[in-house]
Design a protein around this ligand. Structure first.
Ligand code: NAD
Length: 321
């Protein structure tokens, strides 16, 4: 598929722009010559993720809760709705804000895209598949989600966000994209966000045993952030409107992942076992055939390279013992 190449003078709005993935997207858009307006209320993101952009005349920041209506001056060509608490410990603590980020904020971002005749892209998630009964997960799979479980505030918010996106596409002809993001890691994650990559690296840096839930046989597949951002940006410039999985199909069990981190640090694996949290998916691996076929996209950053970059980033946040 041919992607839009003429980006001169284009403007993108990125909700959640001070977050982990969105701030990397902002960097990529600026590097490709766009003007970028980012909005964030810092509920889970941090100003340090965008402070390097302070003097960039092509970058504007608006501190705002995007679950409340908002407007952006001037023409807008792309609206990326990325704002949402994204890690289980975040969204379980603020379930109502999470539901609003998928619902109210989706409508606000969709309405902006409609008003500006912009292309709209929403950051959805592999969590829309819930605890999947098919493996790996293809976009055609409708999912297995517990609508009243502790994770439902996130899973159902994202399912709603997808439904709203398709409704604006069908009812108003809005050019919309849905990216279903699988576990992504890299610099600018928070050490304390509860996700397994910063959790294990933080524990390894502090010389602590690694917390493994259950027997550690549950699997995840980890995508490096620059690969994900490339997939998102390709999707935004395509003419494809149905959901696309973006993630790395390189699947590993939690135990294998802990062993790999211990190996990086040249230490013996020590484990702190904890009970499996409710509704924790047992397997997670994207089928990325659609992204390969439509976007010509697949991850290119090796696990070793990605983890090394991430460990280097986190070293600054852990005091040397
Ligand atoms: N990182 C992953 O592995 C992953 C996986 C699946 C989906 N996603 C999606 O990608 C997006 C970014 O995730 P992330 O991992 O970078 O998380 P993050 O928490 O680092 O980034 C989200 C950003 O959104 C902001 N935000 C949240 N609610 C807001 C609101 N109401 N108004 C304004 N700003 C708000 C936060 O402050 C934060 O800066 C999210 O939509 C998430 O659901 C991420």
């Amino acid at each position: 598929m041919k992607l839009i190449q003429d980006l001169k003078g284009k403007t993108a709005v990125v909700t959640g722009g001070a977050g982990f993935v969105p701030s990397h997207l902002v960097d990529r858009l600026l590097a490709d010559g766009l003007r970028v307006v980012a909005l964030d209320n810092f509920v889970t993101g941090h100003a340090r993720n965008i402070e390097h952009l302070g003097d960039n005349p092509a970058f504007d920041f608006i501190e705002h809760d995007v679950s409340e209506p908002f407007d952006v001056k001037g023409p807008v060509d792309f609206v990326f709705h990325m704002a949402s608490p994204a890690s289980p410990i975040d969204y379980v603590q603020i379930p109502v804000e999470t539901l609003k980020a998928g619902s109210y904020a989706s409508h606000n971002a969709l309405d902006l895209a409609l008003k500006k005749k912009a292309t709209y892209l929403v950051a959805s998630t592999s969590e829309v598949y819930g605890d999947p009964e098919i493996h790996p997960q293809r976009e055609e799979y409708w999912g297995n989600v517990n609508s009243i479980g502790v994770r439902s505030c996130y899973d159902e918010a994202k399912r709603y966000a997808e439904a709203a996106t398709m409704a604006y596409h069908r009812a108003h002809g809005l050019d919309t994209k849905i990216v279903r993001i699988f576990n992504t890691y890299g610099p600018r994650m928070r050490l304390d966000d509860g996700r397994v990559v910063p959790a294990f690296i933080g524990q390894a840096l502090r010389g602590e045993p690694m917390t493994i839930f259950g027997d550690g046989s549950q699997t995840r597949s980890f995508c490096y952030v620059s690969d994900l951002v490339d997939g998102i940006w390709r999707l935004a410039r395509s003419n494809y409107n149905l959901p696309v999985n973006c993630g790395n199909p390189n699947e590993m069990s939690m135990r294998q992942f802990a062993e790999a981190i211990a190996k990086f640090f040249g230490t013996e694996l020590r484990i702190d076992p904890k009970p499996l949290p409710p509704d924790d998916p047992k397997v997670r691996k994207p089928d990325i055939s659609r992204a390969k076929e439509i976007l010509g996209w697949e991850p290119v950053v090796s696990f070793d390279t990605g983890i090394r970059e991430t460990i280097e980033y986190f070293r600054d946040f852990v005091p040397v013992a």
